[in-house]
Design a protein around this ligand. Structure first.
Ligand code: 5GP
Length: 204
């Protein structure tokens, strides 16, 4: 039987740079994972394409996916739904490939419950000050909104113990190197691969 792929979940507080790190992982020529494209009800941003960046859905379409149990997880984030299509994840893992999810923390928690053997990586800002300047750097937010986001980020960081690894995003390239190293090591973890060698012994 073919060995199943590893489910890799990258999450972390709002503003930490999950999207930037994920894009950097997949822009390397040696990227070894299959990216799971999410469904969302938010409008496409300039340059975003349906089926590449997201599957863009209406609220009705998204709610249908929920009611038909077609999502591995979903969450409402800043007024829009985001969710991971279940079939793609299942089929790709079955085919032996690693699947990479980049999702916010409520969704990561649901995946942890459903697929506890996944690899959960928490992306951490180097400091709260740094996070605040990244949130402010996005532009249009009011002071009140920034305070709300910072309060939400603190709560999100408190959930870091639910993860297997914490990677500081001090610099994108460093974060990518650490994530790739973690995945490589995880593939060699004895509880993940011992059964393969037990079979080898039995086949002798
Ligand atoms: P954005 O709108 O900036 O692309 O994404 C907003 C947030 O949604 C980011 O934190 C991103 O990680 C998260 N996100 C993207 N796809 C999914 C998903 O399928 N499920 C969940 N729970 N969060 C997602």
């Amino acid at each position: 039987m073919k060995e199943k792929g590893l489910l890799i979940v990258l999450s972390g507080p709002s503003g930490v740079g999950k999207g930037t790190v994920r894009k950097a992982i997949f822009s390397r020529p040696d990227a070894r994972y299959e990216y799971s494209i999410s469904a969302t009800t938010r409008a496409p941003r300039a340059g975003e394409k349906d089926g590449i960046d997201y599957f863009f859905k209406s609220r009705e379409e998204f709610e249908q996916l929920i009611s038909q149990d077609k999502l591995l997880e979903y969450a409402e984030y800043v007024g829009n739904y985001y969710g991971t299509p279940l079939d793609y994840v299942k089929q790709t893992l079955e085919s032996g490939k690693d699947v990479f999810l980049e999702i916010e923390v409520q969704g990561a928690r649901q995946v942890r419950e459903k697929i506890p053997e996944g690899l959960f990586i928490f992306l951490m800002p180097p400091s709260l000050g740094e996070l605040e300047s990244r949130i402010k750097g996005r532009g249009t937010e009011t002071v009140e909104l920034i305070l709300n986001r910072m309060e939400a980020a603190r709560k999100e960081i408190e959930l870091m113990n639910l993860y297997d690894y914490i990677v500081e995003n001090d610099n994108v390239d460093n974060a990518v190197d650490r994530i790739n190293a973690i995945v490589l090591a995880e593939h060699c973890r004895s509880e993940r691969i011992a059964s393969k060698y037990i079979k080898m012994l039995e086949a002798e």
